[in-house]
Every structure is written in C-alpha cells, then in structure tokens.
Ligand binder design. Structure first.
Ligand code: DQA
Length: 145
C-alpha cells in the first residue's frame, strides 16, 4: 500500500508564512507526523512539495506507474488556478482527498473556487496542520477496508 502526500507552492514556508493563518508548524513537522502515522499503519508514504505546477503534474503521472493507491493533496494557490493538476488527477484516477490548513471559504472570494473539490473523495479544511492528520486517518481507514 502506498500513499502520496502532495503540497503546492509556498507551503515550504510554513512556520514563518502568515502564522496567524497557517499556524506555527513547519512542513517538516507535518511531514514527520504524517509519516509516523502511516508507518504505524504499515502504509508507505511519499511526502512531496513543489512550487512548480509541472513537477506536481509529473509526480501525479508517476504515481499511477508506482502503484500509489491514494493521494492527499494541498494544492495551495494552485487550488484556485490549475486545470493542469486537476486533469492529471482525473487522468490517473487515483482517489484523493483535498486538504487546506485554513478554511478558504471564510477568506477572499478568489479562494472560494477549487478546481479539485468536485473530483475529490472529500475535502478537509480549516483545521491547521491537523487537516493532514485527519486526512491520513481517513486514508488509512479506507485502505484497510
Ligand atoms: C491553502 C489555501 C490556499 O488558498 C492558499 O493559496 C495556500 C494554502 C491552505 O492550506 O490553507 O497556499 O491551500
């Protein structure tokens, strides 16, 4: 069983990036926690971040060949712009959960549209770094069924 956790642009700055919105945890803190969660469940996990749209598309395409069974994705700003990442997820057909640290629905109007939500198994947002752990729990539950 293998899971891919994808992170979009500027999430490498977590910890110092607008902490009042995104919290104090760094992406490394989150990666450690989620990796431990999956390891306990004997699920292999690849945790990846990129600021480049094409790298995220390439990673999704590779996931299909690598036998990835579930994707957790925080597309960050690409949530609101990227037909390319949406199309990649649709093309590979791997089930995915869309997550956000903040609640985009309570923020600026341009954050209220997602190119992903209608394809996602579910959307988790507004729980800070716990959004990752909640998604990981759900993925583990589904993979163990
Ligand atoms: C985000 C929300 C997006 O609107 C924003 O562009 C991000 C982070 C979140 O996790 O809350 O970069 O995806």
């Amino acid at each position: 069983m293998a899971v891919l956790v994808l992170n979009g642009p500027n999430l490498n700055l977590l910890g110092t990036r607008e902490p009042e919105i995104y919290g104090a945890d760094t992406l490394a803190d989150i990666a450690d926690r989620v990796t431990e969660q999956f390891e306990k469940a004997a699920v292999a996990v690849d945790f990846f971040q990129s600021n480049a749209e094409h790298e995220l598309v390439d990673k999704i395409q590779a996931a299909a060949k690598d036998g990835v069974e579930f994707i957790i994705i925080n597309p960050a700003a690409f949530t609101h712009t990227s037909v390319a990442i949406r199309d990649a997820l649709a093309a590979v057909g791997i089930p995915f959960i869309e997550i956000h640290l903040s609640n985009p629905h309570s923020r600026e109007p341009f954050r209220q549209h997602s190119y992903f939500s209608d394809l996602a198994v579910g959307v988790i947002c507004g729980f800070g770094s716990d959004s990752y752990s909640i998604a990981a729990d759900q993925v583990i539950k589904r993979l163990k069924k």
